[in-house]
Design a protein around this ligand. Sequence first.
Ligand code: ATP
Ligand code: MG
Length: 568
Amino acid sequence: MKQSKMLIPTLRDVPADAEIKSHQLLLRAGFMRQNASGVYSYLPLGKRVINKVEQIVREEMDAIGGSELLMPALQPAELWQETGRWYNFGSELMRLRDRHDREFALGPTHEEVVTSLVRDEVSSYKKLPLILYQIQTKFRDEARPRFGLLRGREFIMKDAYSFHSSPESLDEAYQDMVRAYTNIFRRCGLNFRAVIADSGAMGGKDTHEFMVLSDVGEDTIAFSDTSDFAANIEMAPVVVDYEKSNETPTTLEKVATKDQKTIEEVSKFFNVSKEKCLKSLLFKVDEKYVLIVVRGDHEVNDIKVKNLLEAKMVELATAEETLSILDCEIGSIGPIGVPKEVEVIADHAVQFVVNGICGANEPDFHYTGVNVGRDFMVSQFADLRFIKAGDPSPDGQGTIQFAKGIEVGHVFKLGTFYSEAMKATYLDENGKSQPMIMGCYGIGVSRTVAAVVEQFNDENGMVWPVALTPFEVHLIPINMKMDVQKELAEEIYEHLNSHSISVLYDDRNERPGVKFADSDLFGFPIRITVGKKAEDRIVELKLRKTGEVFEVSVNDLVDVIREKLSSY
Ligand code: ATP
Ligand code: MG
């Protein structure tokens, strides 16, 4: 393609509201433009990268027997009412009405649509298993759209759904998907991990997230320093063997502690470690209130609370709710003497705290000498806290460290949640009606593009891996006004095109400095400069990644380019 004919609006300055590298570079290099918060146009260079990611995704999905289809973004409310998600998906669901006042959603995901389709079209076990996928625009009214393509409100996703007549068959498809995802992200050149995740609102069990390691990631990955264990911090089980101190239990005392509220303040006030303090949080769990007690140096993991209680919703009680249930403010909560209807559950570590300190459900007072089982009862001890750096790895090998990750893919075993709610059944070998067993598998295509830029850039711009680069070669004549240079450049342009090497030809009448700066910003693997030695049919090659520069005779050009691309 000729650069003069393409829309590539580069920017010299860093756009003010772009906080992270990928967002800045994709805007500066003219790969995309924002249309509204979290809504973007992919300009020609950006679209070429999107196409390449999509192509890799298609190849890997087809290789495991997936077949591509395209379902509508506009989805009738009735389908979402069948699963109840019309009511509990929350404000991320974009809703609208047509001229007849019928309600619709703009699809944030397609479980309802695909399940209704398969329900109508598949009725026998003979047609199962079935893997369907699409690459399509999704809509989610995110609370905080930000970081460019990383969290958009309109974004491109590959979503796949599988339907099975046995759990074993689902297992097989799940493993195939994990392998396909591994291939996809490897082919994109990414440094990533498959981590154990939480199944969240989808109602499933087995689930892995594919995380690209990056400091700008919003997720925290807990991983072992010696084994390949990796889990989203939300999910990592704590397997510490706590030691009981041999301190003798003292008597319970109520002590005045004016203005001491946080664990920090209380531990300083009593001059004890945070491990001696008990932290109590009141949660609203579906329709009831539950008090969760953890050690002062630990943080409550509300996902673990939610999973333990098999709840739909877990949120911290508000100040008003706390006042009406416990008759105190949030900073004074403690587990002693709470009303019977409030269940008290404690983290395992609490069992080992001797003579602890806790809030007295009364302003400016704390209890000391607190011992669980004597001064307060709990309905159960459970793993309710976030894992910490330095904790033993749950697989028994090594200790836990943290890294930040960008979630680019997600695989779920859904089970029969959707098929039961939507009556998607098949007849088994014995003619008996059974709900289909399902899995669902997403990849953020546009997010993956941003993740790649995030991992591959330097101070001059992007550094594309060969598999995703918009063009393999950037061809730059230094001076378009010199006929020898222009003619040789045109010849090379035709030559490379005829050998299926993709090339962007900078045929603009710009100063070399401008052309080179743009070239570094675009970050294609190879730059060819046609300059002084054009008369001798010699050009200069520069490799973007290493900065290596060397001269090549035009006769050898195709071979040298092929060789450099394959070893890039
Ligand atoms: P997140 O936790 O980041 O909100 P999610 O769990 O809501 O992600 P899924 O519902 O599993 O995401 O969607 C599948 C994939 O779609 C994700 O793995 C991610 O790559 C991508 N994705 C989700 N939300 C967005 C978004 N707002 N912008 C861009 N990509 C997204
Ligand atoms: Mg989300």
